[in-house]
Design a protein around this ligand. Structure first.
Ligand code: HEC
Length: 139
């Protein structure tokens, strides 16, 4: 009971602060409040222009020439209903964590051969962080 009250008070506090800073509080799956940097998400959306020709961030979006990326952080590699991954990628067995995504975005073909060409990587750590923030908060 106490914990509920404290969590509630915390999210009020976070929401109050957010109005000044351009951040907002959302509740994640565990029910914990976390702060989203909306400016970073907006930058990530702009970075996504490198991907949008092939990928939708919405599972119900129109099928383009790549699998949708809704919920990609936390998703098993190559596990998208309705998308046939090429046989040579079946050797990869991992979950897309934030750090793995950061590594992949830096040097994509070094980690997964041939995937997502012509995207050959983002050297800016800040741009990668923005893209990941957008992937986690696409709406
Ligand atoms: C020219 C089209 C194209 C572009 C541009 C592209 N991708 Fe892809 N991507 C694909 C295809 C196709 C696949 C599925 C694997 C395959 O067929 O090689 C894929 C797979 C992926 C996967 C793995 C999905 C899963 O379920 O494991 C991720 C993550 C991904 N792309 C992210 C990106 C990001 C982020 C960008 C932009 C920075 C990008 N891609 C740019 C075509 C593209």
């Amino acid at each position: 009971m106490n914990r509920v009250v404290i969590t509630g008070a915390l999210s009020l506090l976070v929401t109050a602060c957010a109005q000044d800073t351009g951040t907002s509080a959302v509740t994640d799956d565990a029910g914990e409040a976390r702060v989203v940097d909306q400016a970073l998400v907006a930058q990530g959306k702009r970075e996504f222009i490198r991907c949008v020709a092939c990928h939708s961030m919405n599972a119900n979006g129109r099928a383009i020439s790549g699998p949708h990326l809704e919920g990609i952080i936390g998703r098993q590699f190559g596990d998208v209903e309705g998308w046939q991954f090429p046989q040579h990628l079946s050797e990869h067995d991992f979950v897309w964590t934030e750090s793995r995504m950061d590594n992949w975005l830096q040097d994509p073909q070094a980690m997964v051969d041939t995937m997502c060409l012509p995207f050959t990587g983002l050297s800016s750590e800040q741009a990668r962080a923005a893209l990941i923030a957008y992937m986690k908060n696409p709406n």
